[in-house]
Design a binder for this molecule. Structure first.
Ligand SMILES: *Cc1c(COP(=O)(O)O)cnc(C)c1O
Length: 341
């Protein structure tokens, strides 16, 4: 049953992702946490090792093509998963790709510069512009766009994380996919938990749920901001999405739930609980998380279960947004927990 009022056929989209992605239950992780943990496997969206950005790129690529673009430009951290997925989309559709990637202070150095997503970006044939700490990548991108236009190219700028209204349609659509999967598996969940960064995933999901008139809490675990800053970012994007689809933006009120307690020192900087969560999911479920997003989100979920903030016996759906490719960039940090490092 499709409850949503939103007509997705009216929005340009190029199908890329392997969807629906699997919805899995966990046994050993659920036992360890005292809650039933289900995992929505958006790390399995197919292209380039998968991840949540593929769903956003289905809409962003369609818009780029409609505008006659021949080059995709995007911005992110040096180990951005979004950049890797954008580079792969560009390769698949015969577009050029320019990646403006920022160095992140406090991250490991050796592998971070060359391995993980950086290595994959090169394989996909992207042009990498490595920004030093403190360099302004937004104004650099504007300069780059001018230069490309002068060269006769038609660049299309994708914002950080693909998180604008168009990109977020990917997760508005995914909300329907989740609702339908839960119905067909006869599963009731109490909450969706996910890593919240540039906000399009959380805002898109909430927009989809609001459109479908489903009152299901979505908890965004921050990876770069404080609780309030993240809530503000998600809510402002959510309002824009709702407005764009002709839905009352006031319905966003009170829907945005974030928690900023698991960021640690900052975006991309490891925390002990992240490493423990990555290790625990690997050893209990054979499941790979990532050091920047899902590792911190799972660290939050684990802690909230242990604290009893998330009720024992409740059903939680963890949205796995991908990123395990970045594990290799963090070898130095992760390896420290093993005796034979
Ligand atoms: C980008 C990303 C996120 C966060 O999604 P946003 O839409 O930016 O909030 C979460 N997990 C992974 C692995 C990502 O690459």
């Amino acid at each position: 049953m499709n409850k949503t009022k939103v007509n997705f056929d009216a929005i340009s989209r190029i199908k890329i992702a392997h969807t629906p992605t699997p919805l899995e239950s966990t046994s050993r992780l659920s036992d360890a946490l005292g809650c039933q943990i289900f995992i929505k496997r958006d790390d399995c969206t197919g292209l380039a090792g998968g991840g949540n950005k593929v769903r956003k790129l289905e809409y962003l690529l369609a818009d780029a093509k409609n505008q006659g673009a021949d080059t995709l430009i995007t911005i992110g951290g040096l180990q951005s998963n979004h950049a890797r997925q954008t580079a792969a989309v560009a390769a698949k559709f015969g577009l050029r790709c320019e990646l403006v990637l920022e160095d992140i202070p406090g991250t490991p150095k050796q592998e971070y510069y060359h391995n993980g997503n950086v290595l994959l970006n090169k394989l996909f044939g992207a042009n990498i512009h490595h920004m030093g700490v403190g360099q302004d990548s937004i104004s650099y991108s504007e300069m780059l766009i001018d230069k490309l236009i002068q060269n006769g190219q038609k660049p299309y700028l994708i914002p950080i994380g693909g998180s604008n209204v168009i990109g977020s349609f990917g997760y508005m659509r995914c909300a329907n996919e989740i609702v339908q999967q839960l119905e067909s598996h006869n599963i009731t969940i109490d909450q969706i938990v996910l890593a919240s960064g540039s906000a399009g995933t959380q805002a898109g999901l909430l927009a989809g749920l609001i459109a479908a008139q489903i009152d299901l809490p979505v908890l965004g675990i921050c990876v770069s901001r404080s609780t309030l800053d993240q809530q503000e970012l998600v809510e402002s994007l959510l309002r824009k999405i709702l407005k764009n689809r002709g839905i009352d933006p006031e319905l966003a009120k009170g829907k945005v739930n974030c928690i900023g307690d698991y960021v640690g020192e900052g975006y991309g900087i490891v925390t002990e609980t992240m490493i423990a969560a990555v290790n625990q999911c690997a050893q209990l479920e054979g499941l790979l998380l990532d050091p920047v997003y899902t590792g911190k989100a799972m660290a939050g979920l684990i802690d909230l279960c242990h604290q009893g903030v998330i009720a024992k016996g409740s059903n939680q759906l963890f949205l796995h947004t991908g990123g395990s490719q970045a594990l290799f960039a963090y070898r130095d940090n992760i390896n420290l927990i093993f005796k034979d490092n």
